[in-house]
Design a protein around this ligand. Structure first.
Ligand SMILES: [Zn+2]
Ligand SMILES: [Zn+2]
Length: 402
């Protein structure tokens, strides 16, 4: 392990920030305490602050200007927690009932503050500008924080961008990168069926929305299996189906609702899936004499890591963890991540750092007992700082709109 000089010494401070945030988690767009802590710390490091620059009021950007010509490099951390109960038995357990940092965004925020502190003390010889982006609402609610930050124009001058996420699949000291498309697009949907309710003994006097909904669930499963190019991966999942009163045995309902998610890796496939869904809803309802409305809620596009930037970040990671601890991933994830919005505008790399606890069972992200190994923090801080220094040496990119 080849941590940057001074990173290991920052761990007590970074751990204290992380545990403070872990004890006081906040949901998306409500990260006021977190945002205040970030502002206070960035200010104490002598960084310039950008606040209240977009619809996501809790977003903060810290600016470090070296005073020398060069590119603008943005580093991003997400700050939001999840609406779930913390079931861990640790001193830094959440004190906010029903809210928990079960995805590690507390660690991302603390680590990025650590990187900002490190650069504030190691700025000599650097050129260009660093933007430390503290983003609200990665987990939603829609449209999430990244889209709003991009739309605000606050990153219009950014040449290159890097983000990172903890992973329970590996221990501290491992870094995982994936060039090209790394995470799926994510969309949600609701399908509302309505018709004429009727007696269970006289289905011919009305519409049977339960049969309609069942046919529709089956039809939707033929999109991926029969209608798309077999070499184009996608997922269509109906995750809830509500119709009728629980236990009802003699009443056919007048309303039904199906809800779920669609994942894809190609924008054309993504749109084709929704066009086919619309046809299936309309035709299945016509067959059964009822009506249906498909409501699509687009969430994130697919996340595409720029091959050149990913190669540079991977090389920086190999300097820190060694080539044998750098895992080059060849399959994208069907998960989605709103860092995708940045990758659409800015050549970027989003990498994963191993952070599985060394003792006891490993619970993955979004589990009520999720925790991570803080020993992973100086590793990702070193990787991010090294990557940023490499990117600051790259040429300034020509941008369409400046
Ligand atoms: Zn998450
Ligand atoms: Zn996350």
């Amino acid at each position: 392990m080849n941590l940057l000089p001074g990173m290991a010494e920052l761990l007590p401070q970074v751990s204290a920030w992380r545990r403070d945030l872990h004890t006081h988690p906040e949901l998306g767009f409500q990260e006021t305490r977190t945002s205040a802590l970030v502002c206070r710390e960035l200010e104490s490091m002598g960084l310039e602050l950008m606040t209240d620059f977009c619809e996501a009021k809790t977003a903060v950007i810290g600016l470090l200007r070296t005073g020398r010509e060069g590119p603008v490099v943005a580093l991003r951390a997400d700050m939001d927690a999840l609406p779930m109960q913390d079931e861990k038995e640790v001193s830094y357990r959440s004190q906010n009932p029903g809210v928990c940092h079960a995805c590690g965004h507390d660690a991302h925020t603390a680590a990025l503050l650590g990187v900002a502190r490190w650069f504030s003390e190691h700025r000599e010889g650097l050129r260009g500008t660093l933007k430390f982006v503290f983003q609200p609402a990665e987990e939603g609610p829609a449209p999430g924080g990244a889209k709003l930050i991009v739309e605000s124009g606050a990153l219009d001058d950014v040449d290159y961008m890097v983000g990172a996420h903890q992973a329970s699949a590996a221990g501290a000291g491992y870094i995982m990168t994936k060039s090209g498309v790394a995470a799926a697009s994510g969309d949600f949907f609701d399908i509302y069926l309505s018709g004429k309710g009727t007696h269970g003994a006289s289905p011919d006097w009305g519409n049977d929305l339960i049969v309609t909904a069942s046919q529709l669930v089956g039809a939707l499963q033929t999109i991926v299996s029969r209608r798309l190019d077999p070499l184009q991966p996608a997922v269509v999942s109906v995750c809830s189906l509500q119709a009728g009163e629980p236990g009802a045995k003699n009443v056919l309902p007048a309303k039904a609702r199906l809800s779920g998610t669609v994942r894809a890796f190609d924008e054309g496939v993504r749109d084709k899936i929704f066009a086919l869904m619309e046809q299936m809803v309309q035709n299945t309802c016509a067959l059964n004499g009822c009506t249906g409305v498909l409501d699509r809620q687009p969430m994130f596009p697919s996340l595409s890591n720029d091959p050149k930037i990913t190669a540079l970040v991977s090389a920086a990671a190999a300097e820190v963890v060694g080539q044998d601890h750098l895992l080059l991933i060849d399959q994208p994830s069907t998960g989605s991540e709103d860092f995708a919005w940045y990758t659409q505008k800015i050549p970027s790399c989003f990498y994963m750092f191993g952070a599985a606890p060394t003792e006891g069972p490993v619970y993955g992200g979004h589990h009520p007992k999720f925790d991570l190994d803080e020993g992973a923090l100086p590793v990702t801080m070193s990787v991010m700082a090294r990557a940023a220094m490499t990117l600051l040496e790259q040429p300034v990119r020509k941008k369409e709109m400046r």
